[in-house]
Design a protein around this ligand. Structure first.
Ligand SMILES: Nc1ncnc2c1ncn2[C@@H]1O[C@H](COP(=O)(O)OP(=O)(O)OP(=O)(O)O)[C@@H](O)[C@H]1O
Length: 258
């Protein structure tokens, strides 16, 4: 079945001020339900690409639409998760998760019900009264994800959300994120430096090259969902990790074609 396009980049270029192009000729369409992993060398423009989608920074040339609208007009449809958990230290977990709902003037009863539902979704239903300093790194990140999901986004933008976590926690959170997605149909753009993480999560991996950031390759990931810890043991998964690593190495040191 043909899925409707949700995010459409058409020949997008981005520069900051009169500096060089950071992103150039980006053409990319994400369909509703895609989980797009974005990888590429440091500084190639991955975070910038997410910020363009979020309407946090304007494109310089080309066209970018979210559900047919400008990123600014579509801002209410998306939520952003950053590498730092960005929780407010003076608010407890419950109030942190409710904060964006307050900003959207959601009434109290509905706010509490939503907060509880998303905290349960991330396995922290009983930690509402705790303060961020009382949580582990993985728990803080779960709260950040719950806060993003409270907004019921159509589009979730994740900028290296698990980059600061140990491998075990990261793998568990990858599995939890996909399990949550089974219950909530959002489309995702996920920036990571980990090829293994990109393969585990994504149905498409977009590899960027740098200076300027361009799409060097796209690798489809045909592993069936739901994916679980077992997925990492499969031959198909390992072959894909090898393939994407090879493509990434090429993007990092492009050789001129003779
Ligand atoms: N606000 C800004 N003003 C000027 N230049 C910027 C700005 N934001 C980003 N850049 C530049 O754009 C380029 C891409 O940065 P970006 O953070 O998007 O890369 P990245 O691929 O996410 O990097 P990393 O993997 O290291 O996080 C860099 O050269 C950076 O210095």
């Amino acid at each position: 079945m043909e899925r409707s396009p949700l995010v459409e980049f058409q020949e997008v270029t981005k520069r900051f001020g009169d500096g060089p192009a950071v992103l150039e000729q980006i053409s990319l369409t994400a369909a509703a339900g895609d989980f797009i992993g974005l990888i590429g060398p440091s500084g190639c423009g991955k975070s910038t690409l997410l910020r363009l989608i979020a309407g946090l920074s304007p494109i310089t040339h080309g066209s970018l639409t979210i559900g047919g609208r400008s990123p600014e007009a579509a801002a209410a449809d998306l939520a952003f998760v950053f590498q730092e958990s960005t929780l407010l230290p003076w608010l407890n977990v419950a109030k942190n998760v409710e904060a964006p709902l307050r900003l959207r003037r959601i009434p109290g009863g509905q706010r509490v019900a939503t907060r509880q539902r998303v905290l349960e979704l991330v396995g922290l239903g009983d930690r509402g009264p705790a303060y961020p300093r009382q949580l582990s790194g993985g728990q803080k990140m779960r709260v950040s994800i719950a806060r993003a999901l409270a907004l019921a986004p159509r589009l979730l933008l994740l900028d290296e959300p698990f980059g600061a976590l140990d491998e075990m926690t990261r793998e568990r959170l990858n599995e939890e994120l996909l399990a949550i997605r089974e219950q909530q149909a959002w489309t995702a753009f996920f920036v990571t430096h980990s090829v293994a993480e990109a393969v585990f999560l994504s149905n498409r991996i977009v590899v960027l090259s740098s200076a300027p950031g361009r799409i060097a390759a796209e690798v489809p990931v045909d592993l069936p969902y739901p994916r679980t810890a077992e997925t990492r043991l499969s031959r198909a998964y390992h072959d894909l990790v090898t393939e994407v690593s090879r493509v990434l190495r090429q993007a990092e040191s492009p050789r001129p074609v003779a």
